[in-house]
Design a protein around this ligand. Structure first.
Ligand SMILES: NC(=O)N[C@@H](CC(=O)O)C(=O)O
Ligand SMILES: [Zn+2]
Ligand SMILES: [Zn+2]
Length: 428
């Protein structure tokens, strides 16, 4: 018996048109896409005119397991992902212990198998314990199924270490995913360095702390031939560097978060630095930086949207701006937020946005999915583009409630998500 989706409209990614189509799912793949599929013997889901999209792929989330289960677990984080329309997430290794061995990669796969609501692809660390001192066994990590290597949370400070990591990664054909941050330049900072940080008397993190490391790693990627993927780009100079690297023909890709596309340091200014739910790394920057990120997204310099879903407990986020941990939760509402703010306002087309959420990450990281096609993996989500609903932390499946978007009313929520043929989220 298959799963038959009726009464839906499939987005054509080439033309941007919505086409009335029925979809038959058998096992973990899409068996048929047609105007009419023979109904007999299948479980039927009426989509009520909902729009069928490929399941989103988020290459940057923090699931916090093992070690920080009070913030999030693989179970809660992937349930949140499914509600957000995601069918695949790649999780960061800055857990406790750090995911820096093949056993720990397998642990993530094992827990996901039992408790997960989407496909989870773990990253392995570049250095042991993310301490920057000793290279991990990158070959073993890749063989265990690491989707890439990264020390996300901290930057790899030593150029020689990064060079060696890229040499191995290039041979192993595994992406090097960088959290670009020069620790000396960023030292003790808690927000963007500039007029606002000076007014509030808070220590700043300059955009340069990001861009100088990206410049370094682009040069290292050119020398080694490694695939360099730049995490959470936030600074105008950084976008310029990635644009240059792409023009040069280098294997350099990047992602941007919804918050760096929509917010600036002005929200911290308006609240006098009184709310650590506005604290994130890299920090919210200036309007010029935000515009550069938007431009980069539109011209193809920025390949994809990643949420950098970084849940923390409410207690931690109640601390002062200077001492609270960095990070926003975001996987549960990223698509509705950007649909409402960018598509409805005419900045980007729906098909273009979907490519940034699904097609491009699949292509860049060579993953299944990213498209709804006959014979393809049955990873999809159905969205309601009409009903407006507020972003409400009380309704989150995620343990993390830390977002500056609380209360914002947005459209484009998923009503049904299917991962490898299995219903992982459905509204009542
Ligand atoms: N983005 C954040 O502000 N925080 C992340 C770390 C990171 O992504 O660098 C976290 O792990 O909490
Ligand atoms: Zn990071
Ligand atoms: Zn991160």
């Amino acid at each position: 018996m298959g799963l038959l989706l009726k009464n839906g409209r499939l987005l054509n990614l080439e033309t941007g048109e919505l086409e009335a189509r029925e979809i038959l799912i058998e096992g973990d793949h899409i068996a048929e896409i047609a105007e009419l599929v023979e109904e007999s013997g299948h479980e039927v889901h009426d989509l009520n005119g909902g729009v069928i999209l490929p399941g989103y792929i988020d290459m940057h989330v923090h699931l916090r397991q093992p070690g920080f289960e009070a913030k999030e677990t693989i179970e809660t984080g992937t349930k949140a992902a499914a509600r957000g329309g995601y069918t695949t997430v790649a999780c960061m290794p800055n857990t406790r212990p750090v995911i820096d061995t093949p056993e720990r990669i397998r642990y993530v796969y094992d827990v996901t198998e039992k408790e997960g609501s989407c496909t989870v692809l773990p990253y392995g660390a570049i250095t042991v314990g993310e301490l920057g001192e000793e290279l991990t066994d990158i070959i073993a990590l890749r063989e265990a199924g690491a989707v890439g290597i990264t020390d996300d949370g901290v930057g790899v400070q030593s150029s020689a270490m990064m060079r060696r990591a890229m040499e191995v990664a290039a041979c192993q054909d595994i992406p090097v995913v960088i959290h670009s941050e020069d620790e000396d330049l960023a030292k003790d900072g808690c927000m963007n360095e500039g007029v606002v940080s000076k007014r509030l008397g808070l220590p700043g993190i300059p955009g340069l702390a990001e861009s100088v490391m990206i410049a370094r790693d682009i040069m290292l990627a050119e020398e080694t031939g490694a695939h360099l993927h730049v995490c959470h780009i936030s600074d105008a100079g950084s976008v310029e560097l990635v644009r240059w690297a792409k023009q040069r023909g280098l294997k350099v890709t990047t992602e941007v978060t919804p918050h760096h596309l929509l917010l600036t340091e002005s929200i911290i200014d308006e609240t006098d630095g009184g709310d650590a739910n506005m604290k994130v790394n890299p920090p919210l920057r200036t309007e010029a930086d935000r515009q550069a990120c938007l431009q980069g997204l539109l011209d193809g310099t920025i390949d994809m949207i990643a949420t950098d879903h970084a849940p923390h407990t409410e207690e931690e986020k109640k601390r002062s701006f200077a001492t609270a941990p960095f990070g926003f939760t975001g996987i549960e509402f990223a698509f509705p937020l950007l649909y409402t703010e960018l598509v409805e306002k005419g900045t980007i087309g729906l098909a273009e946005l979907v490519k940034k959420f699904a097609t491009n990450p699949a292509q860049v990281f060579r993953l299944p999915g990213g498209k709804v096609e006959q014979g393809g993996i049955a990873d999809l989500t159905v969205v309601d583009l009409e009903t407006e609903q507020a972003i409400d932390p009380n309704a989150f499946f995620s343990k993390g409630k830390n977002t500056p978007f609380v209360g914002k009313r947005v459209k484009g929520w998923s009503t049904l998500t299917i991962n490898r043929g299995r219903v992982t989220y459905k509204t009542e």
